[in-house]
Design a protein around this ligand. Structure first.
Ligand code: SAM
Length: 236
């Protein structure tokens, strides 16, 4: 059964960044009507000759700030498409995006992403957006990007593949890194010997119980080695 379409609107001054989202699984999901992705140019909601979206910061300081007016009219229009959309502003000052965030957002019927540029967006836009939807400020990690577009693409890809029907075999989602708080076990394919490197014997044994045990051990070992913080989160 095909799930009802999840609507995702994106507001950006560089909409062509998102052309790549029509490729691969998310493109197929759009063709199949599972995902309704609309990327809009924020400048379509400017009303001056220069289609201005930024201005100098009050109080001084370097750089420019995105003006509130285009955001206000754009959000007014897009928010009417559902009862109470979830409005996500990518921000290095937001909560950190995780697989759990992706799982949560994949259950929503309407997401709006607002991509900041320059020094960011006038703070009042976040307050206003909270009156027309549920606002989330979400960071991709503790570093600063030039704009919200790349962060939004990463989030849409992580969320999109969790929407029922997007990934052909849902079982492939269950065993992935971060789904159970651990990193995924190592994967191998043919040939069984490549440049003097053999595939572990257990994977060729046909013994499913032994394979499951080996994979679990590998998950625990590599999580302890690469991401011990994930194991301590499980203990909390
Ligand atoms: N002045 C802002 C600050 O210090 O928090 C940074 C502005 S950044 C140059 C421009 C835009 O990039 C932000 O408004 C946000 O949309 C996006 N951005 C930058 N880093 C990000 C991150 N780690 N996660 C999500 N979005 C990010």
């Amino acid at each position: 059964m095909i799930a009802a379409a999840v609507r995702i609107d994106v507001l950006s001054i560089f909409p062509s960044y998102f052309d790549g989202l029509t490729l691969s699984l998310l493109g197929k999901a759009q063709d199949a009507g599972i995902l309704d992705l609309n990327v809009r140019d924020l400048r379509d909601w400017t009303y001056d000759r220069h289609r201005t979206v930024d201005d100098t910061p009050y109080g001084g300081g370097a750089g420019m700030v995105m003006k509130p007016e285009p955001w206000g009219v754009a959000l007014d229009e897009l928010a009417t498409a559902s009862e109470r959309p979830t409005i996500i502003f990518p921000s290095p000052a937001g909560e950190v995006f995780t697989q759990a965030t992706a799982r949560d957002l994949a259950t929503r019927e309407h997401l709006i992403f607002g991509c900041g540029r320059y020094e960011g967006i006038d703070e009042r836009v976040f307050e206003y957006a909270d009156t027309v939807g549920e606002v989330r400020l979400i960071s991709l990690g503790d570093y600063v990007l030039n704009g919200g577009e790349v962060a939004t693409m990463a989030m849409i890809e992580a969320i999109g593949r969790l929407i029922p029907g997007v990934v052909g075999n849902p079982e492939s989602l269950v065993e992935e890194s971060h789904e159970d708080g651990l990193l995924e076990y190592p994967s191998y394919t043919k040939p069984s010997m490549w440049r003097d490197r053999a595939v572990p014997d257990v994977l060729l044994s046909g013994n499913h119980a032994a394979i499951a045990t080996w994979r679990r051990e590998q998950q625990l070992e590599r999580t302890a080695r690469r991401r011990p913080d994930l194991l301590s989160e499980q203990d909390d």
